[in-house]
Design a protein around this ligand. Structure first.
Ligand code: M6R
Length: 365
């Protein structure tokens, strides 16, 4: 049942290229994204959306954070992103021109479901991105984009997250086509790029051994940091959650530019830092933040796009991902972080698939 892998989590990490392919399939025709079969919104309704709220928990919330960048960049619609357990208690401003997008692998998370109902009560249209056809969230939402990741057994979410990112890119592109801020040619170029992600994930998976060695070398530490800017920060949050969840190593994700405002005080000799530098738009800035922690003795694993030699001299170890646009880098960057959490957990001798105190689906508040 684990397909030759020791744990479901590793099996699911390796299923990501397929999960991405399946989530893309039938929604991309030529170089055009077509979601008209699953989304009932008319062109006019899309053009009338005033704002989008992404609402979710845990890993799905981290997918929503990427969603904020994607929808704002591609469709120029203002986006807020909330944790479901906060959203429904904070009296958010919801109108009939608000689109609420709930993201949930299981489709059964109590807070997410309650947020969906709250949003509908206030007249919003609710779209669900979920991995389970017929789940509560899928049944109650007005529109559903299914992620075709297949059953996810490990408590730590991996392939569901990357598939959620794909669903979000598809949504962003579909709305972008309707809004017309970018030319058709430009959008088609972006779609072409999107289609290369499955094979690029396969490339990243080939670096498993390098990540394993780094994970084993840091497994005795009780504290570490993830740094990144822009979308790398969203991925850093996900990497940090994954590590905490299964290896029980405390970690914090920081927007790299924010370090100087307090956290730098915690950087001391040998503290492991995982620094994400995949975003070309802020690459130099990120490198200078990395140099700041390096100068204070941190042991740095850098994550960069192939060919970005500028990073190598500022870090101790490096993992590269294939060339990719900033927007799609999260799909590739998260993979080494999943492997890192996995091997740190194995090295520390904990149960990979069933971490203590956690359930796969949180159906109570
Ligand atoms: O089923 P959902 O996507 O609604 O679950 C949300 C979170 O409980 C879930 O992503 C959790 O954070 C994962 N265990 C993280 O790996």
């Amino acid at each position: 049942e684990k397909g030759g892998f020791d744990h479901f989590m590793m099996k699911e990490i390796y299923e990501q290229p397929k999960a991405i392919r399946d989530t893309l399939a039938s929604r991309v025709k030529g170089n055009i994204v077509d979601l008209s079969q699953e989304i009932g919104l008319t062109l006019e309704q899309i053009q009338n959306i005033e704002k989008i709220h992404f609402v979710a928990c845990g890993t799905a919330y981290h997918a929503g954070l990427v969603g904020k960048y994607v929808l704002e960049d591609l469709a120029r619609i203002p986006v807020e992103c909330d944790v479901a357990s906060e959203y429904r208690y904070r009296n958010p401003i919801i109108t009939d021109r608000t689109l609420v997008v709930v993201v949930s692998q299981s489709g059964e998370t109590a807070d997410t479901l309650a947020a969906l109902r709250e949003a509908q009560k206030h007249g919003a249209r609710v779209m669900a991105i979920t991995n389970v056809v017929g789940s509560s969230v899928a049944r109650e939402a007005d529109d559903v984009i299914t992620t075709w990741a297949g059953p996810e057994i490990a408590v730590a979410s991996t392939k569901a997250y990357t598939s959620q990112l794909i669903a979000i890119y598809l949504l962003g592109l579909y709305f972008a086509q309707a809004k017309g801020y970018k030319s058709a040619e430009e959008l088609q170029g972006i779609v072409t790029d999107l289609l290369t992600l499955p094979e690029k994930v396969e490339e990243v998976l080939k670096q498993e051994k390098t990540v394993e060695a780094f994970a084993r070398s840091i497994a005795k530490h009780n504290n570490l940091f993830f740094l990144g800017r822009g979308l790398d920060y969203a991925v850093a949050l996900e990497g940090s959650l994954k590590l905490k969840e299964i290896s029980y190593i405390h970690s914090e994700a920081y927007a790299a530019g924010e370090l100087k405002h307090g956290t730098l005080a915690l950087i001391e000799d040998n503290i492991p830092v995982i620094a994400l530098a995949t975003q070309q738009s802020v690459f130099e800035k990120t490198v200078s933040n990395i140099q700041e922690v390096k100068a204070r003795g941190a042991y740095v694993l850098g994550l960069a796009v192939e060919g970005d030699t500028g990073l190598i001299k500022s870090v101790d170890e490096v993992i590269t991902i294939p060339q990719v646009s900033d927007l799609f880098a999260p799909v590739l960057a998260v993979v080494p972080l999943q492997l890192l959490a996995y091997y740190a957990c194995v090295e520390r001798g904990y149960d990979v698939d069933k971490p203590r105190n956690l359930a796969k689906s949180v159906t109570v508040e």
